[in-house]
Design a binder for this molecule. Structure first.
Ligand code: GDP
Ligand code: MN
Length: 377
């Protein structure tokens, strides 16, 4: 789970890492108000992608009016596929130097590795190609965490200004604590800024939490909701359902990512437009089918649902009973076509006969049927 810059900075601040004063806003009016409180400020579009500076999504605003103009220009724009809905209004600072500091997991040593460079800022990717020696690393033994002397050595190898060593060691230790405490996969500060007055601050922040550890971070779930644009996808993830929303009107469910992808293609090929991807997984129980179906039906565009099941471990009769019970419980009125093959498919299709559900053995025929039924609905 990737956090926005403003969320990552909140975590940093909680861990004692200095960050610029700032405020997250979602409209231009609020941007002007924040800038009036902060003074000369930087307007920063929030997106789960880097390189905003170069793309014009970070702007220095001299006045609240200017902040408002930039905010209005950025909001609603698309940056690397992300629609900008949030801005961070932050105090503008006087820059003396821009360093780079990050922690990630090194697969080779199976340990956290700290990466540092004196040549931080917007071109770190280029530095890694043209001057790989300007980027230095420290593999951390998780039994002890980083020792101060190791961090001072890292700062020296990276050619940081010796006047900054003390602050660097302090920030690096705190970043390691935040990284470990939140089960991060990546924590990055670029630029780690040295200001003209000598202070060192985290001017940008990237933070990626290991999804497999989210279950033990209830305090991060609020951030997760904010981090996800689509409310249905957010609800699906809360319930542990694999779901991706799509722009069409035909709900799709299947047992396995491959068969669901194939179903999306078949519906599209037959002239329909899928409303989602939803994988119900193997051994689908009534409870799982009900959960998935209720998520799929949260989308108001859905006019019909195609359920495509290939019975292997999953048995056709179990799915048929699951779908019947789930539709009854949910009071579904929309047309539903169930296509089945494999283990106990015939029994499954027989169970569905006489119900409001439309059983079908052939996948292309099933796609055609749901498209026609959705048109009529
Ligand atoms: P990114 O391009 O998405 O990585 O966004 P950053 O937050 O790293 O900002 C990019 C660049 O904008 C930084 O490297 C700085 O040079 C510049 N920048 C960011 N904040 C400030 C600020 O407060 N004052 C000034 N003058 N420049 C800033
Ligand atoms: Mn950056």
């Amino acid at each position: 789970m990737k956090l926005y810059e403003f969320q990552a900075k909140e975590l940093f601040a909680q861990g004692g890492i200095p960050i610029p004063r700032g405020q997250m806003v979602t409209d231009a009016e609020a941007a002007a108000k924040a800038a009036a409180e902060i003074g000369k400020s930087v307007v920063k579009a929030q997106a789960h992608a880097g390189g905003r500076g170069k793309a014009g999504f970070i702007k220095l605003a001299q006045s609240p009016d200017e902040a408002k103009t930039y905010a209005a220009a950025m909001l609603g724009q698309t940056f690397k596929g992300f629609v900008i809905g949030r801005l961070l209004i932050e105090e503008a600072v006087d820059i003396a130097a821009e360093y780079y500091l990050a922690i990630t997991i090194d697969r080779e040593t199976q340990s956290p590795v700290m990466i540092c460079s004196a040549q931080g800022g917007v071109d770190i990717e280029e530095v890694s190609e043209s001057h790989p020696d300007a980027i230095v690393g420290l593999v951390i033994d998780v039994a002890y965490g980083p020792w101060d002397y190791q961090l001072r050595d890292l700062a020296e190898r990276a050619s940081l200004d010796p006047k900054s060593y003390r602050q660097f060691v302090d920030i690096a230790k705190k970043l390691y604590d935040v990284f470990v405490r939140n089960d991060a996969a990546l924590a990055e500060i670029n630029p780690l800024m040295v200001l003209k007055d000598g202070r060192m601050i985290a001017a940008d922040a990237k933070f990626d939490v290991d999804d497999n550890a989210l279950f033990r971070h209830e305090e991060l779930l609020g951030l997760k909701e904010e981090a996800e644009e689509d409310p249905i996808e957010a609800e699906a993830h809360r319930q542990g359902v694999t779901y991706v929303r799509l722009p069409g009107d035909i709900g799709i469910m299947g047992n396995g990512a491959g068969i669901v992808m194939g179903t999306l293609d078949m519906v599209t090929q037959e002239g329909g437009a899928p409303a989602n991807f939803c994988d119900i997984g193997g051994g689908a129980s009534v409870e799982t089918v009900r959960k998935c179906l209720s998520i799929v039906l949260m989308n108001p565009n859905v006019k019909g649902v195609l359920i495509n099941v290939f019975g292997g471990i999953t048995r056709g009769d179990a799915v048929a009973n699951g779908v019947l019970e789930a539709t009854a419980q949910l009071g579904v009125k929309l047309p539903i076509v169930v296509r089945m093959a494999g283990t106990r498919a015939e029994e499954g299709l027989k169970i569905l006969e006489g119900s409001a559900l439309v059983p079908e053995g052939d996948p292309i025929e099933a796609a055609r049927k749901i498209i026609a039924l959705a048109k009529g609905a």
